[in-house]
Write a protein that binds this ligand. Structure first.
Ligand SMILES: CC(C)(COP(=O)(O)OP(=O)(O)OC[C@H]1O[C@@H](n2cnc3c(N)ncnc32)[C@H](O)[C@@H]1OP(=O)(O)O)[C@@H](O)C(=O)NCCC(=O)NCCS
Length: 303
């Protein structure tokens, strides 16, 4: 068993990236849940300078496990995700990967059901404790409690994202709206462009509430996502309101505009991810008929 660490200056070769994505797929088939989140999956082959990859080879080229750690600017501790190939579990691969990560790294578990219980036992055996929970909430778009019509105050108008016009303004309003949110607030123009290259990118589903008299000024946004694009489930991907426009009801209004859009596309179901401690958001979504479906946990070594 060997461990290889690649920092931002030594990105993964294309065939290594493919092995990692294959391994993640095998784990998903065995566990019923993807081990890597979207940003981590996108970073596998991207050569991102803030990302370090850790590969555990059984006997090259057989990959037994993979971990990725992402550094943030400021005081935020790095976040990590790790996965062991189903046939290599309970043989110390997970522990070896974990010991190659920075001591203060926070490790995500995206598993559900029995795999979540296994991840929890692994984390606790390694001296990690759960420190943050991300809830997946969902609702039907065809049944269930109706949602009200969107109430957009008169000084605003509604339009969709325009490629080539809104990128920088959106990155700025997103950073301001999520200043206290480690991952979402750190999104750069490059991260946005990575998403714009994905098969699911659809500016028609990226709804903006802008000043009626200055339509480049974004007051609130609701980026919806349909992945796979021919599937029947939509996602409330990101909802944000500029800090100086909060308290005017724009969050609820823009959420509703997105739900209207997803329903008009003929989708049947919608999901979203929200931090447990974001009480205002959880309450807004619960009020629009969303209920809890899954919980993702982040683990950390306590001092
Ligand atoms: C969680 C995961 C990374 C563990 O990897 P692993 O290589 O099997 O872990 P290790 O062999 O290093 O296990 C170390 C210790 O963790 C505990 N542990 C690991 N898996 C466990 C399980 N299924 N049930 C109970 N304890 C478990 C045990 O104490 C184990 O020591 P032991 O095997 O000597 O009893 C792996 O199951 C996986 O890839 N799961 C899917 C992705 C995921 O959930 N990642 C998030 C991790 S927080």
């Amino acid at each position: 068993m060997s461990i290889e660490v690649r920092d931002g200056a030594h990105e993964l070769r294309a065939e290594e990236a493919r092995l990692v994505l294959d391994l993640a797929e095998q784990a998903e088939a065995a566990d019923g849940s993807p081990p890597l989140s979207e940003q981590f999956r996108l970073s596998v082959g991207s050569g991102d300078p803030d990302v370090t990859h850790v590969l555990s080879y059984a006997a090259e080229p057989a990959l037994a496990g993979y971990a990725q750690v992402r550094a943030w600017s400021g005081d935020e501790p790095p976040s990590a995700e790790l996965v062991v190939a189903p046939t290599w579990r309970r043989q110390g691969v997970g522990s070896a990967l974990l010991s190659a990560l920075p001591q203060d790294a926070r490790v995500w578990s995206h598993a559900t059901g029995r795999a979540a219980a296994a991840a929890d036992m692994f984390a606790r055996a390694m001296g990690l404790e759960p420190v943050r929970s991300l809830h997946v909430m969902g609702r039907s778009l065809v049944d269930g409690p109706p949602w009200p019509a969107a109430a957009v105050p008169e000084r605003y108008s509604v339009r969709t994202f325009e490629t080539g016009r809104d990128e920088d303004a959106w990155v700025a309003v997103n950073a301001a709206a999520f200043a206290s949110h480690p991952e979402q607030g750190a999104l750069t123009r490059r991260d946005l462009e990575q998403r714009m290259d994905q098969p699911w990118w659809d500016p028609e589903g990226f709804i903006l509430i802008v000043d009626a008299l200055a339509s480049d000024r974004i007051a609130a946004f609701h980026w919806t996502k349909v992945d796979p694009p021919d599937g029947d489930t939509g996602e409330v991907y990101v909802v944000g309101v500029a800090p100086d426009r909060q308290g005017e009801g724009l969050g609820k209004a823009v959420t509703i505009l997105g739900l209207d859009h997803l329903r008009a596309r003929g989708l049947r179901d919608v999901v979203l991810y929200v931090d447990e401690d974001n009480v205002a958001a959880v309450r807004t979504y619960a009020g629009l008929g969303f209920t809890d479906r899954e919980v993702h946990r982040q683990y950390a070594r306590l001092p």
